[in-house]
Design a protein. Sequence first.
Length: 194
Amino acid sequence: MKTLTSVCVYCGSSSRVADVYKDAAHTLGEGLARHGIQLVYGGGRVGLMGIAADAALAAGGSVVGIIPEHIQSAEVEHTGLTELIVVDSMHTRKRMMVDRSDAFVVLPGGFGTLDETFEILTWKQLRLHDKPVIIVDVDGYWRPLLGMVDHMIAQGFAHSGHRALFTVVDEVDDVFNALAHEPEPSLKIRSQKL
């Protein structure tokens, strides 16, 4: 696997969650900084998003936030980042997060996290990118989702090979080992724009 310089983190913006999820966000942010990897995320200061960003910054890391105007206007943007980019739409935000990242790590989250995760997996399925996607199953949070993926495969709506579009780890500490052992890209990436 080539050297990673930036990782996009998808995670929740809620603060009303168990400490085990908050601890995972803190550990990931700190770990990215310790490994010299820039954190790219949605630009919020709340929930797991804010915790991961703050931990990376406190550990001396670089953090890029990309936030749409309509969310920024609700005063939830993180104002202490290395770089904060304000964009016109969620679509622009998601595209820019992909362009600025070498890999994706998914922590627990809600609808927005699911949206981002399935979009990046779909783009990988369609061979629009071949970047690693790591799902961190903190305290079994993603187990029902993984069961749904298996159900889709069993019912013929997804191919069994699609399970290889992502890697699942149980602990944040396993993320870096998983990224280090990702194979070199093997897909012929399609040239059309995402």
